[in-house]
Design a protein around this ligand. Structure first.
Ligand SMILES: [Fe+2]
Length: 277
């Protein structure tokens, strides 16, 4: 599957084979309109922007849901570098770093977030499901999600490659969509997510052929090839949400100032075992 799914023409053909019909009405959602900003975009508007740009930025999570998730993150053990053998409470990071003798780059909650009610509301949210289904043109199937911290710490290039902090694409199904929500405020120096606009459809054939191997190409080389004007750095308040086709080139970045708490969840067309961040 993954070998064929790296080609734009195959990905688009698979989506074209679907016939998703959006629901007439969406009663309730975890997303709300922010005062003074645009109203919540319809799933078809969001899907259209994703088709042209590869992503959409502009959801806002209800503050009560953000708060529930922060409480979950503060009161549940997370795992240094996603290692099940290294649990700690986020408030005890300094102690964990002392034990390890090195800084912790990131910490995830493994699958503990699945027991968090607020996470389940997002996972089953009819609006978000309609957005995903509309873009996939098939009923969206939940694949997996994560709640994770990124901490300010020195990163080597090897660390950055391992933690998806260089431009790359993820191929977890013929076509998938991934939602992200910032649970802390993320400024330009707090490890913002970065997209390279339009690279889900406009991709050199050689870069399609190597699939996820694009991660081995230097960031600056990819920026020179596809153009600096395609780079969008996503910054915003706690609660800001965005959604993208993970085949569109993207990366996380290393927080320089403040720790970043991020929720992400991915939907595809069929359940698939492979999982890349
Ligand atoms: Fe990724």
């Amino acid at each position: 599957m993954s070998w064929l799914a790296r080609f734009v023409v195959v990905r688009e053909w698979v989506a074209d084979c679907g016939s998703y019909q959006p629901p007439a009405v969406i009663e309730e959602t975890v997303i709300h309109a922010v005062e003074g900003a645009c109203p919540v975009a319809s799933p078809s508007q969001v899907a259209k922007l994703m088709q042209s740009d590869g992503y959409y930025v502009g959801f806002s999570l209800r503050p009560s849901i953000v708060q529930e998730l922060i409480t979950f993150a503060e009161t549940t053990p997370c795992y240094a570098n996603r290692d099940p053998a290294l649990p700690f409470y986020v408030g005890n990071r300094a102690k964990m770093e002392q034990t390890l003798g090195m800084p912790v780059l990131l910490a995830g909650y493994l699958d503990a977030h699945e027991d968090c009610e607020a996470y389940q509301k997002i996972r089953h949210d009819p609006y978000l499901l309609a957005v995903a289904s509309q873009y996939l043109n098939h009923p969206a199937v939940y694949l997996r999600g994560e709640v994770a911290w990124g901490f300010p710490a020195p990163n080597t290039l090897a660390d950055k490659i391992k933690t998806a902090r260089v431009y790359h694409c993820d191929i977890n199904d013929f076509k998938t969509v991934k939602f992200f929500f910032y649970l802390t405020e993320v400024g330009a120096e707090d490890g913002p997510h970065v997209y390279m606009k339009g690279t889900h459809r406009n991709r050199r054939f050689g870069h399609q052929r190597i699939g996820q191997g694009c991660a081995a190409i230097a960031d600056e080389t990819l920026v020179e090839i596809y153009g600096r004007d395609r780079v969008q750095v996503v910054t915003g308040e706690a609660g800001l949400g965005f959604v993208g086709d993970p085949y569109c080139l993207h990366k996380g970045t290393v927080p320089l100032n403040n720790s970043r708490l991020l929720l992400q969840l991915e939907f595809g067309i069929v359940p698939y075992r492979i999982w890349y961040y």
